[in-house]
Design a protein around this ligand. Structure first.
Ligand code: 5GP
Length: 175
């Protein structure tokens, strides 16, 4: 798909951010180019439209940029998966391990109905730890997690920002 190259080119790689040695994939550069931003959203929408998706669950914070656009276009609800202490209602939480330390995702009780078909959206998958925690959280609420969708996959595709899906193994959308 010719749109992939444009998406890849629009992601800025910033060396040594937020720490020395880290190559940070900055998607804010892509957001400044409405045509490319639209291409990225459209590619996910084309994949998930007509699949009976009840909800798009976005991971804080960059999943909140792409998730709602996809949800609106496919007629699904949007569920924010947030860092601890941000959601005002009753929540369920899932702790997970990062390279250094731990983190946690929370979801409002009742956001998902049992059996809801859900797509999880984030900007980037590295180890998959964050997406795994999101899947566990949703499955504890009896959701049916169909797929995870990210713009960028590391480390398998290191240096090649691309649009992909991830559940167990990263898989490219388009080619
Ligand atoms: P994982 O849990 O798969 O190891 O890491 C993925 C999470 O870290 C995502 O929520 C993603 O937003 C964040 N992340 C890690 N490295 C980068 C990066 O280089 N760029 C961006 N935009 N996000 C990153």
């Amino acid at each position: 798909d010719p749109r992939l190259q444009g998406i890849s080119d629009a992601i800025r790689v910033v060396p040594h951010f937020p720490k020395p040695g880290i190559m940070f994939n900055d998607i804010t550069a892509l957001l400044l180019r409405p045509g490319v931003f639209k291409d990225a959203v459209d590619m996910f929408v084309e994949r998930y439209r007509g699949m009976g998706i009840a909800a798009v669950a976005g991971i804080e914070a960059r999943g909140f940029i792409f998730g709602p656009a996809i949800a609106l276009a496919i007629g699904a609800k949007f569920i924010p998966l947030r860092k601890p202490g941000k959601l005002p209602g009753e929540v369920i939480s899932e702790n997970y391990t990062l390279e250094y330390g731990t983190d946690c995702l929370e979801m409002h009780v009742g956001a998902v109905e049992p059996g809801d078909r859900v797509v999880v959206v984030d900007d980037l998958v590295a180890t998959g730890g964050t997406l795994s925690a999101a899947i566990k959280l949703l499955e504890r609420a009896a959701a049916d997690v169909v797929e995870c969708a990210c713009l960028i996959g590391l480390p398998k595709f290191k240096g090649f920002p691309i649009l992909l899906t991830w559940t167990q193994q990263p898989r490219l959308i388009g080619s």
